[in-house]
Ligand binder design. Structure first.
Ligand code: NOJ
Length: 729
């Protein structure tokens, strides 16, 4: 009865809300977003409102014969779709249905996973973290936003800021590594890049911080498993990047798949409502992950889809991705009094607000521009190459790099002429044919003065060793071997866990076969996770981690090998010696017996620690100094260190500033990154790096309820192996 009466009431109110000139308030772009939302909400029927809370998928099958059917299957008044296509005409056709064939003409919000580029694919987020260059990350997210918006996507499900310390989990590729601060800074940079100052500008898109929260703790690295985490760790490690993105104005947040401490993240009111919305004031909306609402049944948290809808919605998930539970059950749940009109209105308002802010009511359609005007702009490709270069990490160099005096180079390995795997997972609309191979990068770099000789050696996996002999022959004839190894793109990303982080045995065997040819062996690694390299490392003269570098990885890698580019990437995730060392990360808490309890069969230290990475320059750090020897809670102070480039090569150095609180009422990690800065230090020059310490921000920590504590006593501030001890009064 209630529902039948509603449209009438709405119409009456609607008339009274028209402006003087008869144009409804919600259609007047000069009105504030809140006024427009309020007016539109008053006009909507229950059915129209519920549709806004659902997201369908479309565009997976763009065969011309199916396009009509795809469009038909999506209800005209749907809130959002995940748009898998970049076909602007199909998008506009779907939008036309919403705008012209529904009573109120509310536009659809088109979302997609623009994770590391739209068509111009740049390095995976894990690599971006290693660049320590947030402003470049921001630039590339701006590029991605432009390509996406011009191709009909309004909203990306990025950044992923799940702190991850288990390299078996395939999704480590999608985040910025093991440190909360690095994830926060890079997450904020990408939110800024996507959204800009004003989303109303047509070339920006809404961002989505995901997956809230604790997804990075998947047990044993197996995707979708439950996570068990103390509230102290949540506040210390997993929540801070989200808080930072909310403060930076991220428009949306995606709830995670995982059960967390017994309450799935998709139905976790304490996290979604109490912390995210009430405490932090997130004003946007929360979207569930794919089918995650109905998965509450599989997780044992809801008896059926209807109860799942109730649990997710009342916990704070406003939009149901893909599984249609909200649309199917909200009318009944409302009749039964389990959810209220008010709750629905509040949720719909959050979604409508974004649509107004994006300017979708004024510009629902996407112009049909030629491809050359939408994607792959030369500046975008150039920035992708720069980011690729800055994210590559030189792991080992016995002096063979940069290459000099070589006439013949053997280029060997399954990655050498591959285009596809260099793009990594979540390659959006990236195409292998746009990518430059590593071999092409070398050709371009070394030109005709050097001869390149190629042999695949082996495949990424399997047991076919028939190519080894030819590879060895080539190696014996050349001055140096560049061996290009790594992971297939589908070995990382979602649902791509591995029980070992070593490369398949066949690749290790190829290294062994080539290592006895008497030629320097430069191993180039392209992969989506830290690897176990402890057997490979002793056999290589040099090792360069290039990650999955995107379209311009070839020239970036070749630039480093030739010396045109001085490597400046530093690890944002620890490389263990073996899979059995996992979890191993730099900011663990102190052991009761630091000298005991070690593994008997392997060293206790990682192979390459967080922050590690070699350069062609030699950086020498001076002593640290502070501008005061008495610090107090409310007075910021500055710590400085001189770094000298004692070489004849200009180089970028990243100074990581760590804080240690050696004794306090809740134990702290042995050290915590609080600030970093990357800067060019010309050959022979000294640069002074400073850290402006705000004690309440940088020396404080939180308790298990998220309340800040700043305790008097000793603090250590450190860079590299230097540190300074200060006393807080
Ligand atoms: C599932 C993934 O977990 C999430 O990251 C992604 O954004 C959605 N699918 C949509 O594709």
């Amino acid at each position: 009865m209630k529902r039948i009466l509603l449209p009438l009431v709405v119409t009456i109110l609607g008339v009274s809300c028209a402006g003087d000139d008869g144009i409804p308030v919600y259609r007047q772009s000069g009105r504030s977003v809140d006024e427009r939302v309020e007016d539109l909400l008053r006009r909507m029927t229950l059915e129209e409102k519920i549709l806004q809370l659902n997201q369908y998928i479309v565009g997976l099958n763009t065969n011309v014969n199916n396009i009509g059917r795809e469009i038909e299957e999506v209800p005209a008044g749907i809130g959002s779709v995940i748009y898998f296509s970049d076909n602007v005409a199909l998008r506009n056709e779907l939008q036309r249905k919403a705008v012209e064939e529904t009573r109120l003409g509310i536009p659809v919000l088109f979302g997609f996973d623009v994770i590391h580029g739209f068509r111009t694919i740049y390095p995976i987020p894990l690599a971006q973290g290693c660049s320590w260059n947030p402003s470049l990350v921001e630039t590339l997210c701006r590029t991605a936003a432009r390509e996406a918006r011009l191709s009909g996507t309004d909203w990306t499900f990025s950044p992923m800021i799940d702190v991850s310390r288990d390299a078996r989990w395939g999704r480590v590729a999608e985040c910025y590594g093991e440190d909360p601060y690095c994830n926060a800074v890079m997450g904020v940079a990408s939110v800024r890049g996507y959204q800009g100052e004003d989303l109303y500008l047509t070339e920006r898109i809404a961002a989505c911080a995901k997956h809230y929260v604790g997804y990075g703790l998947s047990q044993g690295g197996r995707d979708y498993t439950s996570t068990d985490v103390s509230m102290q760790s949540l506040w210390d490690t997993y929540l801070p990047p989200y808080k930072a993105c909310v403060e930076a104005g991220v428009e949306t947040v995606m709830s995670a798949f995982n059960d967390i401490n017994g309450v799935p993240a998709t139905a976790n009111a304490a996290l979604l409502t109490d912390i995210l919305k009430r405490r932090w004031g997130h004003a946007g909306f929360v979207v569930s992950d794919w089918n995650a609402v109905e998965q509450l049944v599989a997780q044992g948290y809801a008896r059926d889809r209807k109860e799942a809808a109730l649990r997710a919605f009342t916990a704070g998930v406003e939009m149901d991705m893909k599984d249609d539970c909200y649309r199917a059950y909200f009318p009944e749940l409302l009749d039964e009094g389990k959810i209220t009109q008010r709750q629905i209105d509040e949720a719909v308002s959050r979604i409508l607000r974004l649509k107004f802010r994006l300017g979708l009511f004024e510009r629902p359609y996407t112009d049909s521009l030629p491809e050359a005007e939408r994607v792959l702009a030369p500046e975008a490709l150039q920035a992708a190459e720069q980011l690729a270069g800055e994210s590559m990490v030189l792991l080992k160099n016995d002096g063979v790099l940069p290459l000099s005096g070589v006439d013949d180079i053997a280029v060997i390995g399954p990655m050498a002429r591959d285009r596809f795997h260099l793009l990594g997972s979540w390659r959006c609309h990236g195409r292998a044919e746009d990518a430059q191979t590593l071999y092409e990068g070398l050709e371009q770099e070394f030109g005709s003065g050097v001869s390149l000789h190629y042999a695949p050696g082996c495949d990424f996996d399997g047991s076919d060793r028939s190519g080894f002999a030819r590879a060895r022959q080539l190696a014996a004839r050349c001055d140096v071997v560049i061996l290009c190894l790594g992971e297939r793109a589908e070995w990382s990303g979602e649902n791509a866990s591995r029980s070992t982080i070593a490369l398949p045995e066949i690749q290790q065997e190829l290294v062994e076969a080539l290592s006895t040819c008497g030629k320097p062996l430069v191993v180039v690694l392209s992969n989506g996770r830290p690897l176990d390299l402890h057997r490979m490392e002793p056999l290589a003269s040099a090792m360069l981690e290039i990650w999955q570098p995107g379209l311009r990885g070839g020239s970036a890698m070749a630039g480093i090998l030739s010396g045109r580019v001085n490597p400046s990437g530093r690890l944002c995730m620890t490389f263990p010696r073996s899979t059995g060392q996992i979890p191993i990360f730099y900011n663990s808490r102190s052991s009761a017996r630091p000298d005991q309890g070690h593994y008997q069969d392997i060293s206790n230290t990682p192979l390459y620690e967080f922050g590690y990475g070699l350069s062609y320059s030699k950086f020498v750090y001076g002593e640290l100094s502070a501008d005061t020897d008495r610090i107090s809670a409310h007075e910021p102070f500055t710590v400085r260190v001189d770094v000298t480039n004692e070489s004849d090569v200009d180089g970028y150095e990243t100074v990581h500033w760590y804080v240690t609180d050696p004794c306090c009422s809740i134990t702290r990690p042995v050290k915590e990154l609080r600030y970093f800065e990357k800067r060019l230090i010309p050959a022979g020059a000294t640069e002074t790096f400073t850290f402006r310490v705000v004690p309440e921000r940088d020396l404080a920590y939180v308790d298990s309820e998220g309340n800040p504590l700043l305790e008097a006593g000793e603090f250590r501030i450190g860079v590299k192996d230097r540190s300074l001890t200060l006393n807080l009064e």
